[in-house]
Write a protein that binds this ligand. Structure first.
Ligand SMILES: [Cu+2]
Length: 242
């Protein structure tokens, strides 16, 4: 009998710790304390006619950053470097901006004035600094979903709280060969084909404020409960006392 109840208890504890409880605590905390947790989202749309569309969700608490990215349209079977770029005007370039790449395609440095330099490397493991920008063996392959929590610098944390930064997946198969190749080499690393590092899409990060909305509606329902309760009970008490 005890052997049957133990797995149930363990499963309940697991659900609680992984899912429902932390999410509720996080959103209430952001609303009530004035924002220890900042959430950001980015709708990531194609560059270089890549057909890529992705969404990124970020949650920042202190210097701890959680990132989730879901993508579609990235070249299958190939690694895709992905970064948070910060700087420039913190904007994505126009998708039809002409660059210095293959048949006028945009290379990473062509739009550096718009989205700035790599500040966070969204690797699957290990270092996340700009030093890992092209650590191709530590990036998701194809449309593989990405989810990781790691520590960022004070400067990056401050930038993100201001809504500054863009999420950029790299790697575009311009010539449709099914792999990274071509004559032109990368502007970031002359040993790699330009296809391996050209920007596939870009999404500007926006701070997502859920706290004010949920606290506002909570306050409204508490207020109406309070007034209807007190009117009913104080009225008779007041009249009988005087
Ligand atoms: Cu990048």
């Amino acid at each position: 009998m005890t052997r049957r109840t133990l797995p149930v208890l363990a499963a309940t504890a697991l659900v609680g710790s992984l899912g429902v409880a932390p999410a509720t605590a996080g959103s209430l905390g952001a609303g009530s304390s004035g924002g220890d947790t900042t959430t950001l989202t980015a709708h990531i749309t194609e560059l270089n006619d890549s057909g890529v569309e992705s969404t990124a969700w970020l949650s920042l608490e202190g210097n701890e950053l959680s990132v989730r990215i879901e993508s579609q349209g990235l070249l299958a079977g190939a690694p895709h470097a992905q970064h948070i770029h910060i700087g420039g005007t913190n904007q994505c370039p126009s998708p039809d901006q002409v660059g210095t790449g293959f048949e006028g395609t945009l290379r990473t440095t062509d739009a550096i004035d718009s989205y700035g330099a790599v500040q966070v490397s969204l690797t699957t493991e290990g270092d996340t600094s700009p030093a890992s920008a092209l650590a191709v063996d530590r990036y998701p392959v194809g449309d593989e979903a990405y989810s990781r929590t790691f520590t960022v610098t004070d400067e990056v944390a401050a930038n993100l709280r201001n809504g500054e930064g863009s999420v950029i997946p790299h790697g575009v198969d311009h010539n449709g060969s099914g792999e990274y190749d071509g004559e032109q080499m990368s502007d970031l690393d002359p040993t790699l084909p330009s296809e391996a590092t050209d920007p596939a899409a870009c999404g500007e990060l926006n701070v997502h404020s859920m706290g004010s909305l949920s606290m506002g509606s909570l306050g409204g329902s508490l207020g109406s409960m309070g007034s209807s309760g007190s009117t009913g009970s104080l009225g008779p008490l007041g009249s009988s006392g005087s």
